[in-house]
Unconditional design. Structure first.
Length: 455
């Protein structure tokens, strides 16, 4: 939107806000648009919204007939698809539009923006999009401010030549941009100081706080606001002047410069980039997964200070601090020896941990099959034996075509009998059965009839 505003042909930008947009959405029209524009999610949205939901408030029942349900993960997608016809209709006004959910923005000449405003105000209600002039602002270039006030008088729209906040960024004059970013830089500097204090005792938590929190805000600003590097210089200066007592503090505090250099995440400026690229096993697939997850202790993802420091040293082939000169086995001690020395049993511990982890993953799926087989046996086995005088075999399948042990034994026996009777190869018979079974399951999942919708 910044590029549109600073374009020579743009006289102003209109920031539009709808009134209670998600709750006012025309539900039937939205479902119809979804079937036409995005059939892949039309079925689930239809099953969710084709009937009025009951809301229970203080003993009374109120039916939800319009809008999306609060907390629905598909609400944003449904709303976006529902507004596509309205957006396409507004293109006839020769304005440049940017939409995000219910926040609409248009840029162009004042006359075109007035036509856009008029069409949106008149056509929006049929889509469930109602104007809210009290939260709508026209950001106009100074030379057109007088004409804008005359043209938009009586509409209730706020008019300014300074600037306004737009989707987390800033839009307007250079002075407004400088003031807005300066406030953000002060807040980020304070955040970095707090993270530096946390990094002294919990470097892993501080690193994740930076990666999953602060860095995203910086990257968003760098991506949405052009030519703002000079405004961020105080933040860079503050980071450079922070004291680093050990390698962990350096990783947290000074590694932030990689965001501005678009290089590696941690300390790329201390070592030549070509040297890192030649010796970077940490760039291999899945080698950095432990850095991208949240440090949740219950899942074993949290590293204490020493473990995090040693992990970073191994990652960049640094020498961990305070290493002894001799091992307990009386050999010279270094990083390679620490990883391979059998004294203390640490290699066996690592081996056993990976073995147990892999074994647990392999037993989860069969245990799920056994759980459902036992449930079916508890429900039907006794009745089949005592009343119907028969035998019961629980057949458990997954939607991907997998099957439990009992089902596997049953199908192998059937394949053996069929191959003998039809004088065919056993392998071909059982392969045909697997393919047919998977096809039947897939068709049962995907062949859902799409209900008709009347508007």
């Amino acid at each position: 939107m910044c590029r549109i505003f600073h374009d020579a042909t743009t006289e102003a930008v209109l920031l539009f806000d709808a009134n209670n947009a998600f709750n006012s959405l025309n539900r039937k029209f939205a479902l119809l648009n979804t079937h036409q524009l995005c059939p892949s999610i039309a079925t689930i949205l239809t099953n969710t919204y084709r009937e009025n939901a009951s809301l229970f408030i203080d003993g009374d029942t109120v039916f939800s007939q319009e809008g999306t349900a609060q907390g629905d993960p598909l609400a944003m997608a449904m709303y976006a698809i529902a507004t596509v016809p309205l957006i396409e209709k507004l293109q006839s006004t020769n304005t440049k539009q940017v939409w995000y959910a219910d926040d609409a923005t248009a840029g162009g000449t004042l006359l075109n923006l007035k036509a856009w405003w008029t069409m949106l105000s008149s056509s929006g209600p049929s889509y469930g999009y109602f104007v809210n002039p009290g939260k709508t602002w026209l950001i106009v270039k100074p030379q057109h401010e007088r004409d804008a006030k005359e043209l938009f008088s009586g509409t209730g729209i706020g008019i300014t030549s300074e600037g306004k906040r737009h989707l987390g960024a800033a839009l307007g004059s250079h002075c407004f941009l400088e003031s807005y970013i300066s406030d953000k830089v002060k807040m980020w500097t304070s955040t970095i100081l707090n993270l530096s204090l946390i990094a002294k005792t919990q470097p892993h938590a501080a690193y994740c706080g930076f990666v999953h929190g602060v860095s995203g805000l910086w990257i968003f600003f760098l991506r949405t606001l052009p030519d703002i590097s000079s405004f961020l210089q105080p933040l860079e200066d503050a980071i450079r002047l922070l004291p680093s007592q050990d390698v962990t503090a350096s990783v947290i505090l000074k590694g932030t410069f990689s965001l501005f250099q678009h290089a590696l995440v941690v300390l790329p400026y201390l070592t030549p980039l070509h040297q890192l690229l030649l010796n970077t096993p940490h760039l291999e697939k899945s080698a950095s997964s432990w850095l991208s997850v949240l440090p949740i202790s219950d899942h074993g993802f949290a590293l204490h200070k020493g473990a995090f420091r040693d992990a970073m040293c191994l990652r960049y082939k640094w020498q961990p601090p305070n290493l002894p000169s001799r091992c307990a086995c009386r050999s010279s001690f270094n990083t390679d020896h620490a990883l391979t020395c059998p004294t203390g049993g640490f290699p066996s511990v690592r081996h056993n941990n990976l073995r147990d982890f892999t074994a647990n993953l392999l037993t989860e799926l069969p245990s799920a099959y056994r759980l459902h087989e036992r449930q079916k046996q508890r429900s039907y086995d006794q009745r089949v034996h005592e009343i119907e005088h028969g035998s019961f075999t629980p057949l458990v399948f997954t939607t991907s075509g997998g099957m439990g042990k009992c089902a596997s034994v049953t199908y192998k026996r059937l394949a053996s009998l069929l191959s003998t009777k039809q004088e065919q190869n056993y392998g071909a018979t059982i392969a045909w059965g697997r393919a047919f079974r998977s096809s039947v399951i897939d068709l049962a999942v995907t062949e859902a009839k799409v209900p008709s919708i009347s508007v």
